[in-house]
Design a protein around this ligand. Structure first.
Ligand code: GDP
Ligand code: MN
Length: 394
């Protein structure tokens, strides 16, 4: 789960990391009011969306007057900002963070990520901040510092100082930098963060180390331990299809295609996506109904799949072990009747109670295509989807 920059900065501050003063605003008037609260003569208006690279998309504006703040806020609020991380639909800006502007002497990069191979937290740092890590690794690969944290002892002060030295910081800045590094690590481990990224971490002209940006993402499986963090969730930043399915306990990931998928098991669901692609189609989603799915749960899965208005055909692929094909068939039949499904629907059942399941489908009198293997099912659904599309086109 991602959170907003202002929420990340609030947490970073609690762990001893210096951040600029700022306040949140939901309207241009509030944005201007924040300026008078902060005083000073230069402010930064920052769009709060769950994405980096906002600067390039117009989502970060340095302003030298209240009129400029008002104008920047007006422009950003209600706009969908498109960055290379948001996808073409962009993300809606409905809150702004207004900060006192910082005078930058140097921009650094600092991140804490989980290295799955090492099974350790790794600190990634560079004295060439400001650009994205992908660009740094392309343009300045030698500037990247990596430091692995031993989980038995956590981040040690000497290790943090070593990173600060490697960043080439002046002696008076070393203790501030190592305090920042220690603070980020403590935040990551105490709050079960999956990633902490500060880009840029800056040295100000006044020789202070300040986190100018903050990106935090949390391990969703650990959120139950951190009610304060779960409250920071902003559903308006998530894919509405995923929110709908997630609220109903379904394991769903939205994709860009037209063929909706209802499958049991994550591995089979992935294989199904591949088979649809190989057959010449594009899947609309990943959906794992799980084990022992009741007819109600199957019906719910259909609702989640059809909640995506791009879906034009559906493939149900069940390899039943703990599941029961007769329950799945019951759910499919209820879905077709209750949701009045007219689009092509292909069902492949295999495993526990398969005869009962197939019998239910056959006797339902509904327009449901069955298949025996995954390949056959994928070919049929793509074929029918194309045929239906052609009919409409004529
Ligand atoms: P991002 O584009 O989403 O990563 O947003 P950032 O918060 O990182 O801001 C983008 C860039 O704007 C930073 O890399 C800085 O160069 C610049 N910037 C942001 N805040 C300030 C500020 O207070 N003063 C100055 N001079 N530049 C800033
Ligand atoms: Mn940034």
């Amino acid at each position: 789960m991602d959170i907003h920059e202002y929420q990340a900065k609030d947490l970073l501050k609690q762990f001893g990391v210096a951040v600029p003063r700022g306040g949140i605003a939901y309207s241009p008037e509030q944005a201007v009011y924040r300026c008078s609260e902060l005083s000073g003569d230069k402010w930064v208006v920052k769009a709060q969306i769950h994405s980096g690279a906002r600067g390039k998309a117009g989502g970060v504006r340095i302003c030298a007057s209240e009129e400029e703040v008002q104008e920047a806020a007006q422009w950003m609020l209600g706009r969908r900002l498109v960055t290379h991380q948001t996808g073409p639909q962009g993300k809606l800006v409905n809150r702004l963070y207004i900060e006192e502007a910082t005078n930058i002497a140097q921009e650094l990069y600092l991140a804490f990520v989980m290295d799955r191979t090492l099974e350790r937290v790794v600190v990634v740092a560079s004295a060439q901040g400001g650009m994205e890590i992908e660009e740094i690794s392309e343009n300045e690969p030698d500037s990247i510092i990596r430091s692995v944290v031993d989980p038995a002892v956590g981040m040690q002060a000497f290790q943090a100082r070593e990173i600060a030295f490697q960043l080439g910081l002046d002696a008076p800045l070393i203790s501030q930098a190592s305090k920042t590094i220690m603070g980020c690590y403590e935040l990551m481990s105490q709050k079960d963060a999956a990633m902490v990224e500060i880009n840029p971490l800056v040295v100000t002209t006044g020789n202070e180390i300040v986190a100018l940006d903050g990106k935090l993402s949390f391990d969703e499986n650990a959120l139950f331990r951190h009610p304060g963090i779960s409250e920071l969730r902003d559903k308006s930043q998530e894919d509405p299809r995923e929110t709908y399915a997630g609220d109903r306990g379904l394991n769903y990931i939205g994709l860009d295609g037209k063929i909706g998928c209802i499958v049991n098991g994550a591995g089979l669901a992935m294989a199904t996506l591949d088979m649809i692609k190989m057959a010449g189609g594009e899947p609309a989603n990943f959906l794992d109904v799980g084990g022992g799915a009741s007819p109600e749960r199957v019906l719910m899965s259909f609702k989640a799949v059809l909640n995506d208005k791009n879906v034009e055909a559906i493939l149900v692929n069940i390899f039943a072990g703990i599941n029961r094909c007769d329950w799945i068939a019951e759910g499919v039949i209820r879905a077709v009747k209750e949701l009045d499904i007219k689009m092509p629907l292909v069902v492949r059942l295999s495993g526990t109670n398969v005869e009962e399941g197939q019998k239910l489908l056959a006797e339902s009198g509904l327009n449901i295509t069955t298949a025996n293997t995954l390949a056959e099912a994928a070919n049929k659904v793509v074929h029918q989807w194309k045929a239906a599309d052609l009919k409409e086109a004529v």
